[in-house]
Design a protein around this ligand. Structure first.
Ligand code: SF4
Ligand code: SF4
Ligand code: SF4
Ligand code: FES
Length: 594
């Protein structure tokens, strides 16, 4: 690495040659204002807010694009620089409608902050009066073109991070507008509702509908957590005010998703219309009666004590936390000697005996295999990573007998039976990467084993915390025949009412630990209300094997309790007293993962 000795505002700095002046300044703790720049996006030098004076340069230069060279002398706050920035702001504020008091982002707006910083307290130029349209057609967010400063962050986010290429710039000059596809409304466009454009917008041009006008930044609290809607485990920031969740943002510091979220993680949990369960319910004479937790746990313990271990079955749903899965293993399997324990979703076979790769490794591969899994629909942020690699030249091969969301992006779409054709391509590749799921067939397994030495891989299990459940040995298969008690830890999972009760004796006592009313809870004899993603401290294991914390952002609704807390109460009532701590569980899950 070549180093460069530079001077910024008289301060001697030793930095890497070739990084931008903005990066060098930030590393040295020197603040330069920006608007179109975003750390996760390529620099384009569009807004000119970051201009600086560089000795020897005839004009002011945009620090976000100007590379550092040895001996450079830079002024970031000279009168010339400050005056020029003020002029830039005067022009931006004169264009379109920036009447802050009427804007949803007032108080949380980068442009407004710059206005305060540079004392923009009146219009120097006459204001532009043309009214631009407002696009409210998208279900989750709104595009107010009158607040747009044409910084292009949204366009670059959709292109470079999501690889969806929905947004572009239409018209020219002062008429320029961000447009979707061939200038159609966002609601009709190819947008996949990841919300990334909205998160990067520095003004009130793009904002979430559900949290609009509910509170500027200084009135809200942000809690870092982990999305529990699929096995990727994206890092989130849950934004709350007054005990309510306003919105969910992607955490730019999270190693898995680096700020990205998908529709399932960012929006859908906030639009969940299922009815929550808020108190323990006991079926008495055919009807549910609300009871307290003490009574619920005592009733359950009594039931368990009256039957043999072989007459008890346990089913764990995919949303179960590491802590709950650990307790199922310790309490039901190890202490109560119950072996009839299964999962509500399927586990992909373990094919290779080497350590699997990470999602980040996908970017380094030249041929990507997607076999028997559908990341675009089931683990969307993984599909963004795959599509980005394809944009950069990697070849995607989709092997699936079913319709696959990534098929339109593939250079080869083949059935499982023809996988040998793809193996030949992979043999010629430098760094093949395989993502496979539970849909992989025996033929495909036999073929894929041929890539054992060469390919990196990742198992894309279905559901959420399947990796931990499998690691803890909870996927031995459950048999409903002869059961007297069935304990179902469903949590937030949507029970579709298919084959859960097939073969189960009619008079079996069914316990449902669940967050929402469903055909499962309606069939249950005892219902234990479970807290949801925003209401508990726990952890999850993602498809890479990373253990990540879910942090409580709001209090549980009614009497709902975290999944593991209810199981811990039961273990105490049964005299087993199993202690649970996130560290202890992480160690146990990590041990099992190896
Ligand atoms: S929500 Fe996502 S896919 Fe849709 S336009 Fe924005 S960045 Fe692109
Ligand atoms: S919508 Fe926002 S992010 Fe996109 S160009 Fe306009 S101001 Fe920039
Ligand atoms: S990819 Fe999965 S973990 Fe990430 S935001 Fe979407 S649902 Fe959540
Ligand atoms: S931040 Fe550098 S030009 Fe916009």
């Amino acid at each position: 690495m070549t180093m460069a000795n530079i001077i910024i505002n008289g301060q001697k700095i030793s930095t890497k040659a070739g990084i931008t002046v903005l990066q060098a300044a930030r590393e040295a703790g020197i603040d330069i204002p920006t608007l179109c720049d975003h750390p996760a996006l390529s620099a384009v030098g569009a807004c000119r807010m970051c201009i600086v004076e560089i000795k020897g340069q005839r004009a002011l230069q945009t620090s976000c694009t100007f590379p550092v060279t040895d001996g450079m002398e830079i002024q970031t706050d000279s009168k010339m620089v400050v005056d020029a920035r003020k002029l830039v702001l005067d022009m931006i504020f004169s264009e379109r409608n920036h009447f802050c008091p009427y804007c949803e982002m007032s108080g949380s707006c980068e442009l407004q902050d710059l206005g305060y910083r540079y004392h923009v307290d009146h219009w120097v130029f006459s204001t532009y009066t043309k009214a631009f349209p407002l696009d409210a057609t998208h279900k989750y967010y709104l595009m107010e073109h009158n607040r747009c400063v044409l910084c292009g962050r949204c366009i670059r986010a959709c292109d470079e991070l999501v690889a969806n290429h929905t947004l572009g710039l239409g018209q020219r000059g002062s008429e320029s507008m961000v447009r979707a596809d061939a200038n159609i409304s966002l609601g009709e466009s190819s947008c996949i509702s990841c919300g990334t454009c909205t998160q990067v917008c520095p003004t009130g041009a793009l904002f979430y509908k559900r949290s609009a006008f509910m509170g500027k930044d200084s009135l809200t609290t942000k809690v870092k957590s982990t999305c529990n809607q699929c096995g990727i485990g994206c890092g989130t920031e849950v934004v709350t005010r007054g005990g309510n969740v306003l919105c969910v943002l992607g955490d730019w510091d999270a190693p898995v998703n680096k700020g990205l979220l998908c529709k399932m993680g960012r929006f859908e949990p906030l639009y969940d219309s299922r009815q929550r369960l808020t108190a323990p319910l006991l079926r008495t004479k055919g009807k549910f009666k609300e009871i307290n937790w003490e009574e619920a746990i005592q009733t359950l313990a009594k039931q368990i004590n009256t039957v043999k271990a072989s007459e008890i079955g346990v089913l764990a749903g995919s949303y179960s936390s590491n802590e709950a899965l650990y307790l199922i293993k310790k309490l039901f399997n190890e202490k109560l000697k119950i072996s009839n324990i299964g999962l509500t979703n399927t586990v992909a076979p373990r094919i290779f005996d080497k350590v699997q790769g990470t999602l980040e490794d996908i970017a380094k591969s030249d041929v990507i295999f997607v076999v028997g899994c559908d990341p675009l629909n089931d683990q969307p942020v993984a599909s963004f990573i795959i599509k980005r690699a394809v944009d950069k030249g990697a070849r995607l091969i989709v092997v699936d007998d079913k319709k696959n969301g990534l098929a339109p992006f593939a250079f080869m779409n083949i059935d499982m039976a023809d996988i040998n054709k793809a193996i030949e391509v992979a043999k010629r590749a430098n760094n093949p990467f395989i993502l496979y799921g539970a849909g992989i067939t025996k033929t495909a397994i036999a073929q894929i084993k041929k890539l054992k030495e060469k390919a990196n891989y990742i198992i894309v299990d279905s559901g959420v915390n399947t990796k931990a459940a499998a690691a803890l040995g909870l996927n031995n298969g459950y048999d409903p025949a002869g059961l007297k008690i069935l304990y179902v830890l469903m949590g937030e999972q949507n029970y579709e009412g298919d084959d859960l009760f097939k073969g189960i004796p009619k008079n079996a006592f069914i316990v449902a630990q669940a967050s929402y009313l469903s055909p499962l809870t309606e069939r249950a004899d005892l219902v234990l209300p479970a807290a949801i993603w925003s209401e508990q401290n726990s952890s999850l294991t993602n498809i890479e094997g990373r253990i990540q914390n879910i942090n409580k952002a709001v209090e549980p609704l009614g009497e709902a309790k975290p999944d593991w807390e209810a199981l811990q109460l039961l273990s105490a009532e049964l005299g087993k007293n199993i202690a649970v701590s996130i560290d202890k569980v992480s160690t146990e899950v990590m041990k099992s993962l190896k």
